[in-house]
Design a protein around this ligand. Sequence first.
Ligand code: AMP
Length: 112
Amino acid sequence: MDCIFCKIAAGQIPAKVVYEDEFCLAFHDIAPQAPVHVLLIPKKHIVSAANLAEEDAEIASRLLLAVPKVAKLLPLEEGFRVVSNVGENGGQTVPHLHFHILGGSKLSAVMA
Ligand code: AMP
């Protein structure tokens, strides 16, 4: 699979990993858009949130449940933002489902 995030999940490409479990991996974004910018991905290749299927129910819940764990590790007690871009109009550049977890300062209210 020629997917950069699959390669990171497989340990074939280095990343600054902050959290890992059976289903998910979280690592620092290579081009941070906030003082703290981490990407949380499922280890399984799922293209985007638009491609989640019933069979992914456990992965989807594990991914969401990993959010507070990652936030606690960073730490981001004062709040953070979770964003998942979907497809071309959503601004998605890597076609492997990921949550951007952004924080470390007060973020602007408006989303680009
Ligand atoms: P998106 O544009 O929503 O698909 O987000 C993709 C994100 O992946 C961007 O914020 C990139 O900076 C980030 N990214 C791309 N390649 C890497 C990499 N090798 N390691 C960490 N983050 C990456």
